[in-house]
Design a binder for this molecule. Structure first.
Ligand code: NAP
Length: 260
């Protein structure tokens, strides 16, 4: 299976914290020595990553489509070898629909977790298809969530955004099945990170989460095997229980469509 051991240049979004930061540093340490470009908003943290010999780029993904397109064009211009994107940036908010809902916050969550990722993929695709046709395997690595399989009602919009990204990734995998562009979906369970700081549940969740080091090791192994779905812990259980046949069924839809 093609795997990120073949990657020459890897962009990691959400690289200033948690899972993204751990993956960016681990990928940079692979024996194949790929160039890693770390993306995020916080300049101080990007500065720290630059000290570890990573390239860095500042981006706020909660932006308009034109700015995102310009960002991807500039990126491809600066890094013509870019063949892998790990789309890890994400936010999580709690909403209670029995009370007033902050719709601006809800829309922003959808934009960061879903719309900006889909737009990014559409803008990078011509470059990836070109590299792929020249024999270079390319990898799109969406970071979804076990909550995209089984939703947690307190973070209902987050779970819906991840379910959307999961569904999109499955269809994209089918659309790209005859190309050298590969989807390696990362489906984390609850993992040690700053994700839950925004609504004050970090202390309680820290009793249940998977330590970041343990999780990073499992995920890196999956990326190096080229596993199409890379899950762990509770998200692996949920995947086995509810998801195993979905790709084949989606592919059957597509085969049927191609006969029309
Ligand atoms: N930890 C978990 O339990 C868990 C479980 C399932 C899935 N996940 C998913 O794993 C991914 C990483 O989460 P994490 O747990 O590592 O969270 P984290 O520690 O909070 O890191 C989130 C990252 O996203 C970046 N980010 C947030 N908003 C952004 C924006 N508007 N523009 C650009 N970058 C932005 C942050 O960087 P800046 O603030 O510097 O921009 C940060 O680097 C997310 O997609 C999350 O949904 C996490």
């Amino acid at each position: 299976m093609p795997s990120i051991d073949e990657s020459k240049c890897v962009l990691v979004t959400g690289a200033t914290a948690g899972i993204g930061r751990a993956l960016a540093l681990s990928i940079a340490g692979l024996p194949s020595n790929p160039k890693v470009v770390a993306a995020g908003r916080r300049m101080d943290r990007l500065g720290e990553l630059a000290q570890s010999n990573l390239d860095t780029v500042q981006i706020d993904l909660d932006t308009d489509i034109d700015s995102l397109k310009k960002f991807v064009e500039d990126l491809v211009h600066k890094y013509p070898d870019l063949d892998t994107v790990v789309l890890c940036a994400g936010v999580q908010h709690e909403f209670d629909f029995k009370g007033e809902v902050n719709l601006a916050k809800l829309t922003s969550e959808i934009n960061i977790n879903y719309t900006s990722i889909v737009a990014f993929i559409s803008f990078i695709m011509p470059h990836f298809l070109k590299l792929a046709a020249q024999g270079q395997p390319c990898f799109i690595v969406p970071v979804t969530s076990g909550l995209g399989i089984v939703p947690a009602p307190s973070v209902l919009n987050y779970a819906a955004s991840k379910a959307a990204l999961r569904s999109f990734s499955t269809s994209l995998r089918v659309q790209l099945r005859e190309t050298n562009v590969h989807i390696l979906e990362i489906i984390p369970p609850l993992v040690e990170s700053e994700l839950h700081d925004a609504y004050d549940t970090t202390e309680k969740l820290s009793r249940f989460w998977m330590p970041l080091d343990e999780y990073t090791k499992i995920t890196l192994e999956g990326l190096r095997r080229g596993d199409p779905y890379i899950s762990a812990g509770a998200s692996e259980d949920a995947f086995r229980r509810f998801e195993v046949e979905k790709y084949e069924l989606a592919e059957a839809f597509q085969r049927h469509r191609e006969t029309w």
